[in-house]
Write a protein that binds this ligand. Structure first.
Ligand SMILES: Cc1cc2nc3c(=O)[nH]c(=O)nc-3n(C[C@H](O)[C@H](O)[C@H](O)COP(=O)(O)OP(=O)(O)OC[C@H]3O[C@@H](n4cnc5c(N)ncnc54)[C@H](O)[C@@H]3O)c2cc1C
Length: 486
């Protein structure tokens, strides 16, 4: 776009990550006459949090993440895990629908089967895992989950966890063999290339949004390249969404702030080690650790090269994106969110001390954590790698204080002609369900035909699969077959 050129669109999406690309794809399936534009500041799509090694690539489905099944007063609650599993099935349905329809969307480029395991070694965690397994195995959506406790059984899948471990200490594991590993960066690029190829999307790279203004029901987005006007705006700028949302000054986002937490992995690319680990192994987070710091040892395949990844280790930076600016956090502090920021800092001393410990910890401390999983790990095989950036949501709790959220939240404009996605968990895995929520809230009432089409895209639309076991089994095998996951 040339300077000072104004273009008009039905939908403008800021950010070419998994969220923006998913909304663009879904909308164009519902209505291919929509004029959609994605504005992306980098020179390629999907290079921020969505990119291959910037996240863990776990198809989060509640199988192995122990923080999705909290223990309250001695009782394990699995409802969050069930809800995430349901949402993940929606993502699988969407990707299978696209892969079936378009030759350019190739499942093997972005998704593969990878067992999901939870592994514990402390007595209290073993009791927790037993209770969790008992509850989960009764749910149709988790029916195949297995409980393992002998060294021999665990060693069959994960020799690294067992070699060098004292035989006198108990361990326990649950394993779900049909878990997945996903390269969300490749998926983002596949979705966008597919739309561009069919002339269904205007993609503008190296274009950075500077300001957003609303006049009546039209948004004007000013960038380094010019101006775009749109009837519907989606802010999908990852960590930067909060800064862009602040430019709009909308009522529903009053008092919101972002708290950046960076991540680091220990990465190993030694094939002799990698061949001894066949999946993703999650464990319990350290006391005081934020939920997204649950440690895990994962096999990853990025562009035909295999890695073993351990972490994430948390850190603190002022940047809201990996390619962001040191001023992101300071510039986001306003009079309107100061109270929320201060009260959250004062009321989360455990989190702050955890972060300080993590920032100060060196490689030997990181190796010590790794050795809880892989007792014979040698530091010469591991290097440190910067993961993507997460910006946790801080929002008003009441008129006096704020609260810190670890989930995802979609903020809507008053007339439902604007949405912004904040937060990062469970993230990319549930992108289809998140974008479906935007469509239901902002688009469904405008067109009666959309619902019919949604039922085609999501065969379980309107149903809870966990409550319909026979449908779950039938549908699952059909879309898993298309995605080459059987
Ligand atoms: C360490 C870590 C591990 C994770 N592990 C998992 C996992 O295992 N499974 C999972 O499902 N999720 C995981 N996540 C979360 C997942 O990565 C995110 O939820 C997801 O990638 C967010 O996608 P997005 O499209 O919202 O943002 P992003 O991928 O960050 O994309 C935002 C885009 O907006 C662009 N942008 C920003 N500002 C502007 C501007 N002003 N103008 C123009 N463009 C702009 C950026 O350049 C970027 O391309 C993890 C995240 C992290 C950090």
């Amino acid at each position: 776009m040339k300077k000072n050129v104004v273009e008009n669109f039905d939908v403008v999406i800021i950010g070419a990550g998994i969220m923006g690309s998913t909304l663009a794809s879904l909308l164009s399936e519902l209505d291919d006459s929509l004029k959609i534009k994605i504005i992306e500041k980098l020179d390629q799509c999907g290079l921020e949090s969505s990119d291959g090694l910037n996240n863990a690539g776990t198809g989060h489905a509640g199988n192995c993440e122990l923080n999705y099944t909290p223990e309250v007063n001695g009782k394990v609650n699995i409802s969050k895990a069930v809800s995430i599993a349901e949402k993940f099935e929606m993502s699988l349905q969407f990707w299978a629908y696209l892969a079936n329809k378009y030759n350019s969307i190739k499942p093997e480029d972005f998704i593969s089967k990878s067992p999901h395991a939870s592994f514990v070694w402390r007595e209290e965690d073993i009791q927790f895992l037993k209770q969790r397994h008992k509850l989960m195995s009764k749910e149709p959506i988790f029916k195949k989950i297995k409980y393992l406790k002998s060294f021999e059984e665990i060693k069959k899948y994960f020799p690294l966890l067992i070699k060098g471990r004292s035989k006198h200490k108990e361990v326990a594991m649950t394993i779900f063999e049909d878990g997945t590993d996903i390269n969300f960066g490749e998926l983002t690029r596949s979705l966008i290339n597919n739309l561009v190829k069919q002339n269904k999307l205007t993609l503008s790279l190296r274009e950075t949004v500077k300001s957003i203004k609303r006049k009546k029901d039209l948004y004007t987005i000013k960038t380094n390249k010019g101006e775009s006007k749109t009837k519907f705006l989606f802010i999908a700028a990852g960590g930067s969404s909060i800064s862009l949302l602040q430019k709009l000054k909308i009522k529903s986002a009053k008092g919101y702030a972002g708290f950046p937490i960076s991540g680091k992995w220990l990465l190993c690319d030694n094939p002799e080690i990698i061949k001894n680990h066949k999946g993703k192994v999650y464990s319990q987070a350290e006391a005081g650790a934020p939920p997204m710091s649950v440690p895990h040892l994962d096999i990853r395949k990025i562009k035909n090269k295999e890695y073993l990844l351990f972490g994430p280790f948390a850190g603190f930076t002022f940047r809201f994106l990996k390619n962001g600016s040191f001023f992101d956090f300071p510039k986001s502090i306003k009079l309107s969110n100061l109270k929320e920021l201060i009260t959250v800092c004062l009321s989360n001393p455990k989190l702050l001390s955890y972060l300080i410990k993590q920032i100060l910890s060196g490689n030997s401390s990181r190796m010590k954590h790794l050795k809880n999983f892989y007792p014979l790990a040698d530091k010469k095989d591991w290097k440190l790698f910067d993961a993507g950036q997460r910006v946790q949501i801080i929002k008003p709790k009441n008129i006096f204080s704020g609260k810190l959220e670890f989930g995802t939240e979609i903020i809507y404009g008053k007339n439902k002609n604007m949405a912004a996605l904040l937060g990062a968990s469970p993230g990319a895995s549930v992108s289809a369900a998140n974008m479906l929520e935007i469509i239901e809230k902002c688009f469904l009432s405008r067109n009666q035909q959309y619902e019919k089409k949604l039922k085609k895209i999501f065969p379980s639309y309107g149903l809870k699969l966990n409550d319909n076991p026979s449908k779950l089994q039938k549908l699952r095998s059909s879309y898993r077959k298309i995605l080459k996951l059987l």
